[in-house]
Structure formats: structure tokens, C-alpha cells
Design a protein. Structure first.
Length: 268
């Protein structure tokens, strides 16, 4: 039990998932690895994403990780099965948990998924949603500019509104009532996205991010496997990045919610 939960992402966006895990499971230690040297994964081939993901997973396992969270939608879409086959520990992606919540939440039977081009084109959310509700109508929309906006800290204001309206115009005239933020950067823009979606559709739209649903799935897995840390366990969080450029360090606090005490460089 006295081992960390391994969490990885192509960059710093997965820190939104890490933050939720820390809040929900305060007695668990965390080992986060952000592959900032090779970000983004969204424009890379499935084979490349699987190779990078396996490399990272093996490194985290070698450090004693007792469970693995793929805090990256693109890696979850392309590499989940490969990691499940290769790892001897539980592996949780970010697609399936939030898809289950969305399928249960929608009243109109139409769900929209916002994500990177790679995530949307992979069809991972379509498959996951249809596993829970085969008759769902699903609308996918790639929103590549949301990532740099989030990383720059532009989470509100005229520019963000204009970009959101451009992407979300596709919802006009549809019956979408549930929207999945299929990228771990997007929760920082959730207030604007939710507001614009409601204006475009003319109805209240539930905006779901993967962090909460994934954390609950992780808690269930740890409980079932008897891997929960008991109260009073000494907690130590470690954060690794493959590139410590200032452009990333400026964004750590935005994604994790507070300034990280120590971020270490790691080579893969």
C-alpha cells in the first residue's frame, strides 16, 4: 500500500487530474510525470503515442507505482489497451469514466465532445459512450486553440469568448444537453465554455470534465484491490517533467491550484 499513484500526461494539463486526486484521496502519495519535452501528443500518430506511453508507464512502475492514471485524453484513446496488457498494476484512463457519467446524465440523448484533433479523430469517446448507451447521438468538435489559451492563463475575456463561440457554433440547432471536456487543459476554460454553450443551444448544458470521474474510478479500483493508504500515512508528492522550460513552470500553479514545491527534471 505504501506506494505512490503514478499519473502521467503529455504535459502539464494532467495536473488538473492530479489536483483532484490529491483532494479526493488525501492519504495517497502521487508521482506525476509530464512529458513536456514531447508535448503535444494530439498531433502524433497512434503508434508514437503508444510508444511514449509505454515508456513512461514502465518508468513509473519502476519507481514503485501501485496504480497508473493516464491523465491524457490522447494517450487514453490510443494507449490504454497496450498499457493494460503490459502493466501488472491497475491502469485507469480518462475517457471511460466521464463517458459513463455523460451517458447517464443526458436527457436529450445527444452529447458533445470537445478535444484535440487526435482525441476526436480516434473515436474513443464515441465507442465509450456507445458502450453505455448505444442510441446516443454524439457530436465531436476539435478545439486546438483551447490548449495554448489555458497554458497562457487566458481563461476568460474577449479572446476566449470569441474562440469558444467559433468552436461551439456547431452546437446551434442541436439537442446537445451534455458536453464532455475531452482534454485535461479544458477545465480551466469551463466557465466560459459552459456559458457559451448555453447561449448557443438555448438550454442549460452540463459541462463534464474527466478529472472528477477518473478520480472516483481510481478510488473504486484502490478500494477493490485493498490498496488504500490508511489515515495518518505520511504523504509525499513528486512531480517530474521531461523539460523544465519557463513556459511550463509559469503554468504549474494554474493547473495544480497552488505553486508546486518541487518539480524535478527526468530523462526518459
Amino acid at each position: 500500500m505504501d506506494a505512490p499513484i503514478g499519473v502521467f500526461d503529455s504535459g502539464i494539463g494532467g495536473l488538473t487530474v492530479a489536483r483532484r486526486i490529491v483532494d479526493r484521496l488525501p492519504h495517497e502519495s502521487l508521482l506525476y510525470l509530464g512529458d513536456t519535452a514531447r508535448v503535444p501528443y494530439g498531433n502524433k500518430s497512434p503508434e508514437t503515442v503508444r510508444r511514449y506511453s509505454l515508456n513512461i508507464a514502465r518508468r513509473l512502475r519502476a519507481e514503485g507505482a501501485k496504480a497508473l492514471v493516464i491523465a491524457c485524453n490522447t494517450a487514453s484513446a490510443y494507449a490504454l489497451e497496450a498499457l493494460e496488457d503490459a502493466m501488472d498494476i491497475p491502469v485507469i484512463g480518462v475517457v471511460e469514466p466521464v463517458a459513463a457519467v455523460a451517458a447517464q446524465r443526458t436527457q436529450t440523448g445527444m452529447v458533445a465532445v470537445l478535444g484535440t484533433r487526435g482525441t476526436v479523430s480516434s473515436g474513443a469517446y464515441v465507442r465509450a459512450l456507445h458502450r453505455h448507451a448505444p442510441d446516443l447521438e454524439i457530436l465531436g468538435q476539435a478545439c486546438p486553440l483551447f490548449v495554448p489559451l489555458a497554458e497562457e492563463g487566458w481563461t476568460d475575456g474577449e479572446v476566449v469568448e470569441l474562440v469558444a463561440r467559433r468552436y461551439l457554433e456547431v452546437l446551434r440547432g442541436t439537442q446537445v444537453d451534455t458536453l464532455i471536456l475531452g482534454c485535461t487543459h479544458y477545465p480551466l476554460l469551463a466557465p466560459v465554455i459552459g456559458r457559451v454553450a448555453a447561449e448557443v443551444t438555448g438550454r442549460e448544458v452540463a459541462v463534464l470534465d474527466s478529472a472528477g470521474a477518473t478520480t472516483e474510478a481510481l478510488a473504486q479500483v484502490l478500494s477493490a484491490a485493498g490498496l488504500f493508504e490508511p489515515a495518518g500515512t505520511q504523504v509525499m508528492h513528486r512531480f517530474w517533467m521531461t523539460d523544465l522550460a519557463s513556459s511550463f513552470s509559469d503554468g504549474w500553479s494554474r493547473f495544480f491550484g497552488e505553486q508546486l514545491q518541487t518539480v524535478e527534471h527526468v530523462d526518459l
